[in-house]
Design a binder for this molecule. Sequence first.
Ligand code: ADP
Length: 423
Amino acid sequence: MVILAGAAVLFGFATGRFFLIGLLAALIYLGLHLYQIYRLEKWLQIGSELEPPHAYGIWGELYHHLYRRERRNQERERRLRALLNRFQDSAAALPDAIVALNSKGEIEWLNKAAAKLLGLRAPHDIGQSITNLVRQPAFTALAQNRVSETPLQIPSPVDGSVYLLVRIVPYGKDERLLIARDVTQLQKLEQIRRDFVANVSHELRTPLTVVSGYLETLADIKDPDWVDSVNAMRQQTARMQHIVEDLLLLARLESDKESTRDKQPVAVPDLLEDVLREARELSRGQHVIESNLDPNLLLDGHRSELYSAFSNLVFNAVQYTPAGGRITVKWHTDESGAHFEVADTGPGIAAHHVDRLTERFYRVDSARSRELGGTGLGLAIVKHVLTRHAATLRIDSELGKGSRFICDFPADRTRARSGVTAG
Ligand code: ADP
């Protein structure tokens, strides 16, 4: 530029035609810039990752900056691609099946385990709706739910002896990840545990019946050296029998989960009158026992199971509430369904125990429970029975103020006693 300007001035002086020489110089200057723009455009076209054309001055600087920026971008892109590949490789290598679904439930990506466990094929199944490929009613219901809180256990569509635990988690913008884990081994172990407990309980039942039979014949013994020992033996045998019966009941409740066996309208008010009669015998007049039962509210279910659940809750209230306390039993309905409720003015339960009460053998005070003849299995039985009736248990308790156990049954399980209009 400087050279061009200098030459123009010299020629201007030499020829005296400043305007013409100036115009000529300006045209040459413009031409040079147009040429550089042309080179820049060509360079960008063939790929700016190649070395830039050689140039002086402002154009040299411009090429240099553009080239540096391009290199930096390339480096960043390379790193991101490597990271993405690493993520995809690790997701592909996971033993759990992973399927990325778009907002319409169509498959966007899947890993190798998805092919093995769910029978999906890439790229063939990409873009297909997952519910068209995995055809099981429970799975369809899960997949149609936007998000599932509880995972679902289903047999693998590829091999019925393989059990999968399927979960759907939301990610990104309205997208979902389907994760399926092979839990066949866990399922087998769980079955072995269930069979073991059921078999042991069953095997113990006969010898216990024999021992308790002999002890009954000794009940009339008058010898003061033996009275206490025989009584203690009878008590402990009765306790063992109670535990065995509860374990067998739990095993039965666990083993036929989906059963509709003897599901029928249960006259809950009549059932509760029986429970209350027994509770009054147990209380021997030491408590005020009140009830408020809707006489026409029936429930579809299993009578013997509901009897076990309701009696466990009412007998617990009697046993844990000190003499002079009040126990209230309610059976009523509202728009959300039917509710069975037992409230007592007993010792209450500290909040940190509440979540664990339905675990087998979990007791707040083991010594007290044993002394009262408790097995520690009562609330576990309640929970299983309720699950089989699509119901839930709520425990509302405050230390020193008493407890309230509420069983909530869905409205579609209730019905009115025939001849009575519901509502
Ligand atoms: P258990 O045979 O020991 O009564 P459950 O499973 O029926 O076993 O109850 C578990 C524990 O919950 C009991 O040991 C007791 O500590 C506590 N519990 C149950 N019901 C009540 C109640 N109404 N008031 C206070 N504590 C209770």
